[in-house]
Design a protein around this ligand. Structure first.
Ligand code: DAH
Length: 353
């Protein structure tokens, strides 16, 4: 009987193409071709209606057997493919638990942070405490109460970043408002003296801002460390002894300290402080430009006018102050020729320290 022969033939070729398929996608294509709505089996079974009524049961039985045989073969083949797909995935994603872990690079302190803490520790060791003030500061604290005259060049908008007062409350004269980015950490002195009574021994590290273009010896934002002592009987000798101690701790026990007269509005007398060059031991080298000395900070005795602004009695108390740049100290100590290295985030540079 032709139809039954066709069914048997379909079983044979169907099983062959199932066996020949070599992945899940190929197998699915074979399944659709054999058993889908437009597939071969459906096509053959269309002939069922044309058979005589007594022939139909036998043909129907064979067609069921063929369908079942094909479905089983499809299922078996699929199981093979899924198993090997799983196998492959397991191999590919295998974790070797015996491999050593990957070490994460730990964060580290930036050299400027390290030097700032080193300097702070030296003064904490002498009994100073750390004080802080705002980076966005009032003209009053940054200049006026530090005895800086109204026409002092540092107040120029070309040297100082003034902050625009959007509320329009503060008087703004020729682009110079009452609010600015502090140009020095000295205003912290004023804030501390306003709010405390002597004895005062403080160190104030922090960021300061100046309208400078970055070059080997200038940065528009850098770090200053301010010191202030106010007590009874404080003399210039105390200042010098303190700075010598600092120089020995920071640059080595053999360092000599030299004070040169200078001017700062808020100290009188004022001095600039040099430390003998630790690289050439004072003989003269590239670092100290042949002089044997490195300029490290500014200092002086607190001007009585400043005491006047904060209500401290200059007849009873005296004091000294000093200020230094952390970037400069770091550059001198570690022989860094260009301050811009400190802000460029080049890990090859930063990792050295
Ligand atoms: N504020 C000064 C500057 O930025 C540094 C300084 C000098 C601070 C003398 C002081 C001081 O406290 O007494 O150049």
């Amino acid at each position: 009987m032709a139809l039954i022969d066709e069914l048997q033939e379909l079983r044979t070729t169907g099983l062959e193409s199932i066996a020949a398929s070599d992945d899940l996608a190929g197998l699915e294509a074979v399944r659709v071709a054999l058993l889908g709505k437009k597939g071969s089996l459906t096509g053959v079974l269309r002939g069922l209606g044309a058979l005589a009524a007594d022939e139909r049961p036998a043909a129907g039985k064979v067609s069921n057997e063929v369908r079942q045989a094909l479905e089983e073969a499809l299922a078996d083949r699929e199981a093979v493919f899924s198993a090997s797909a799983l196998e492959r995935r397991l191999t590919a994603e295998a974790v070797d638990v015996t491999l050593p872990g990957r070490r994460r690079a730990p964060g580290r302190q930036h050299l400027i942070e390290k030097v700032t803490r080193e300097i702070s520790d030296i003064f904490i060791g002498l009994g100073y405490r750390i004080a802080e003030g705002p980076e966005v500061e009032l003209d009053y604290y940054n200049f006026t109460a530090l005895n800086t005259p109204p026409d002092h060049p540092a107040r120029n908008a070309s040297d100082t970043f003034y902050v625009e007062d959007l509320s329009g409350d503060a008087a703004t004269v020729a682009g110079e408002s009452d609010v600015l980015l502090r140009t020095q950490t000295s205003p912290v002195q004023v804030r501390v003296m306003e709010n405390s009574t002597p004895p005062i021994y403080i160190l104030a590290p922090g960021k300061v801002y100046r309208r400078d273009v970055a070059d080997p010896s200038h940065l528009p934002q850098f770090t200053q460390i301010e010191g202030l002592v106010v007590d009874e009987g404080i003399t210039f000798g105390d200042l010098k002894g303190t700075l010598e101690h600092f120089a020995h701790e920071m640059f080595g026990p053999d360092r000599a300290v030299r004070l040169r007269p200078h001017f700062f509005p808020f100290t009188e007398p004022s001095a600039e402080v040099d430390v003998s060059c630790h690289l050439c031991n004072g003989a003269g080298c590239r670092m100290c430009k042949g002089s044997g000395w490195l300029e490290v900070l500014g200092c002086g005795m607190v001007d009585p006018n400043v005491f006047g602004y904060v209500g401290i009695d200059p007849e009873r108390y005296s004091g000294f102050a000093f200020g230094m740049g952390a970037e400069r100290i770091a550059a001198l100590k570690y022989g860094v020729p260009d301050l811009r290295h400190f802000i460029e985030s080049d890990m090859r540079f930063l990792r050295q320290f």
